[in-house]
Design a protein around this ligand. Structure first.
Ligand code: CO
Length: 210
């Protein structure tokens, strides 16, 4: 039980540290949240949203799953997005993938992994969309990196296909949807410059009338 006790001890020490810096921190946070950002990231333990962005609790509303996927039938994710956009009125949604993603790597392979294969099919479908480009990259590491990037770009697009997000775009400029990739080796985030705040870039069939 040593490991779990360390977590509890870590929590107590963290509270003390925060209180030293800002005695009213928890009183203020307990009043409510008004985060400006929604983060859709990978469950990978090495990519925690607040730590890598140098922000504190209260700044980022978070949804994480294997390989930061936006699956348009995922009621869990869609409920988080709905609440973030409609109730919290976040201005920015960030889809953040990361190089070295185990989910993306597994989806690239032909290994049978069990139940999780059903989730990985969503990632394999992204490979299929970009198979011409990806198959042409001979170096496997480079192909892996590019697949991670393309997967993020496709998830940004999948968010844009959500009708209640398009509804908000009819009424204003927000939310902006950004695609980032985090580098495990250097701790730095790369912006993939695929930010969108309209449905114009989508194929016609995904565009809802305003
Ligand atoms: Co990952």
């Amino acid at each position: 039980m040593k490991a779990i006790d360390n977590l509890k001890q870590g929590n107590v020490e963290w509270v003390e540290k925060i209180k030293q810096q800002d005695p009213k921190f928890f009183d203020e946070l307990a009043k409510g949240q008004s985060p400006e950002f929604l983060w859709i990231g990978c469950s990978d333990s090495r990519v925690p949203a607040t730590e890598i962005t140098g922000t504190m609790p209260g700044s980022i509303f978070v949804q994480r799953n294997i390989a930061n996927m936006v699956v348009n039938t995922d009621t869990n994710l869609l409920s988080v997005v709905y609440y973030a956009v409609k109730a919290l009125k976040v201005k920015h949604i960030i889809v953040c993938g990361h190089y070295g993603c185990g989910g993306v790597k597994a989806a690239m392979s032909n290994e049978r992994l069990g139940f999780i294969d059903n989730w990985l099919v969503n990632i394999k479908n992204v490979y299929k969309m970009h198979s011409k480009e990806l198959d042409a990259v001979e170096d496997e590491d480079k192909r892996f990196d590019r697949f991670v990037e393309l997967n993020v770009i496709e998830q940004v697009q999948n968010l844009a296909k959500v009708s209640f997000i398009q509804e908000d775009w009819d009424n204003g400029e927000f939310p902006y949807i950004h695609g980032w990739v985090y580098g495990l080796k250097d701790g730095l985030v790369r912006d993939l410059d695929c930010t969108i705040n309209s449905n114009e870039a989508l194929q016609r069939v995904y565009q809802y009338n305003s």
